[in-house]
Design a protein around this ligand. Sequence first.
Ligand code: PEP
Length: 250
Amino acid sequence: MGKYVIAGNWKMNKTPAEAVELIEAIKPLVADATCDVVVGVPFVDLPAALEAVKGSKIGVAAQNCHWEKSGAYTGEISAEMLKAMEVGYVILGHSERRTYFGDTDVTVQKRMRAALDAGLTVILCVGEYLEQREQGITGEIVAMQTKVALGGVSEEELARVIIAYEPVWAIGTGRTATAEQANEVCAQIRDVIAGLYNDKAAKAVTIQYGGSMNAANAAELLAQSDVDGGLIGGASLKPADFATIVAAAK
Ligand code: PEP
């Protein structure tokens, strides 16, 4: 449906020197990629990563941004700062940010506004907790997260939003959603986009699956009709595994 995008989320891993080493290892392995490839690195790795990806097709993502341009927000990084560095992407609303750092649908919406205003492409993460899946409210949860985050986002701006469906129970647990579960929810998100915008926008939007995607299960997940890529945590730190996932995204 949408353009295939495989993005690595390195989380709080790798020093700048290690980031360069990892990118240098990934670069030749993804040189022939037919999808977009992105690495989401810690803030302090951004300068080194941006330098290391030069001459390759790999894009660089930050893992969060603040909604204000500048000000008294100790420890925060603004979208404007990312723009000034020529960072292309930012991951927003990751479940680890929501769970450990108090991010809410409303703050994700504010970050989204700032990121889009700064010209960044956003990877918006949505997904349900296990209890919510067991309660049968996965569709409502991801619809709510998607709708709030996209509040005020125009159809033109939507072209710079990638949505990552990441069931929280599958992140970093080794417990992957089945291909059917992943596809079902990605299709529900696409329906939400059709309702908010129109069918054309829904077909064009990239919807990734994330949650213990790895070299062994990527092909099946990525073959699903509504899965347009992946947000990859653990496996993105292993060059050969990441490259296998990229190669599976055709
Ligand atoms: C993630 O961090 O977004 C993620 C999907 O992690 P993992 O692949 O390790 O489950």
